[in-house]
Design a protein around this ligand. Sequence first.
Ligand code: GFB
Length: 311
Amino acid sequence: MMQPQDKIYVAGHNGMVGSAIVRKLRQLGFNNLLLRTSKELDLRNQALVKEFFASEKPDYVFGAAAKVGGILANDQYRAEFLYDNLMIQSNLIHHSHLNGVKKLLFLGSSCIYPKIAPQPIKEEYLLTGLLEPTNEPYAIAKIAGIKMCDAYRSQYGCNFISAMPCNLYGPNDNYDLNTSHVIPALLRKFHEAKVNGSPTVTVWGSGKPLREFMHVDDLADACLFLMERFDEPGFVNVGTGEELSIAKLAGLISRVTGFTGAIEFDSSKPDGTPRKILDTGRIIQMGWRTQISLERGLKTVYGTWSVATTI
Ligand code: GFB
């Protein structure tokens, strides 16, 4: 069990996931947090990471640092998604081992599963089929991270675990329309269309793909839950158990933002995986559940972001 005085390193604390984990830890009274921006510590640099771990000696590590992005960014920056993620996670995992970290949590993504998998997707479907081409580099890196945690557990007895969340949204998301995920992209597109009085909003793809979305505060809650209670090889899916089509999501975001015009679909943009709802039976059986509905989460995120943004 983590103790309040333990030194906890949250890698990637300025990102959407890392910042949510920091909020949750502080809320629970963990204040001995070790935090470094990517400028202060480039996690791709083996020598710097080696020195950092040797001098700081963290007790626990949350691996929330990663190169992430939406469907187009994954496809466009294939080399960086593979190289950056492999380097970041290899350095974190290896130096956690060398410096006796008590426990490490590695975070992946539901895109690790085969493009066409039985639904809902159980943990054991990993590596049973071909990956979705647009995010293959990212998925390969994340699969390597899971396998690395398992290898260090079996060879060295390290207590390294992995969690696989569904698509996420929340505070500190990326709103750049070229690199973002669908939720921040649509919040921005619908908001700007409302403010500028535009008659239409364009949504990428056919609108048919199904996705499962979770507020990042729920993921942070699950990360702490798993850090306290899960000590096994393999990994655990984390999701809401609910899915909706991108067309339905666009309708919901249109209502949340107050846009009253029309929605158009741009079929020249990729759909990606047709469906990827996670089977969350394993974490539910351990006693964990999501708290934040999609509608409530979207309203809160939009409320905060729209006040802070200027267009
Ligand atoms: O969020 P998103 O980029 O992630 O896209 P993926 C989800 C779906 O929304 C796709 C559609 O079918 C997109 O075509 N979409 C509609 C849009 N309008 C937009 C838009 O304006 N922006 C974006 N970005 N999408 C990513 C993976 O896949 O999911 C990553 O590439 C990672 O590796 C992440 O796993 C969670 O679910 O398609």
